[in-house]
Design a protein around this ligand. Structure first.
Ligand SMILES: [Zn+2]
Length: 135
């Protein structure tokens, strides 16, 4: 069976393993302070190479989502929700993730918070709706 989990390369590995320490890490530029995801060798805004993982709150909002019917993790019930979550730290800073809620309980603009699911050598950052998300 082929690996369904993300590859832990040098550039992006921190994103998939930070859950072991209990927080979400997003690459941040040490010069201009911008976050970017997925990680890149240089800052997209100022081209600085001083980019490094930085802890974020792990809170955000559902920007867009789709409902999927294919099971790609044993623990995932189908259908499941795959979403772009815009992190609260910066407009336009998205992570692509599963939402741990029934499809009919998810809506755009919903406030969500990260939690981690350890699978083999990765800690999958998944998001769950939290109170106060309805505006
Ligand atoms: Zn920068």
């Amino acid at each position: 069976m082929s690996r369904q989990l993300p590859l832990l390369d040098a550039e992006a590995g921190f994103y998939w393993t930070a859950g072991e320490q209990g927080h979400l890490l997003i690459q941040r530029c040490g010069d201009c302070g911008r976050y970017q995801h997925p990680p890149l060798p240089r800052c997209r805004a100022c081209h600085s190479e001083a980019v490094a993982p930085a802890p974020v709150s792990g809170r955000g909002r559902v920007a867009t989502y789709t409902v999927n019917h294919e099971r790609w993790l044993p623990s995932l019930e189908v259908p499941f929700v795959y979403a772009a979550v815009e992190l609260e730290e910066q407009a336009g800073l998205y992570v692509y993730t599963n939402i741990l809620a029934p499809a009919d309980a998810v809506h755009t603009g919903q406030l969500v918070a990260v939690e981690f699911e350890p699978v083999e050598d990765v800690w999958l950052p998944l998001f769950r709706p939290v109170q106060g998300g309805v505006q």
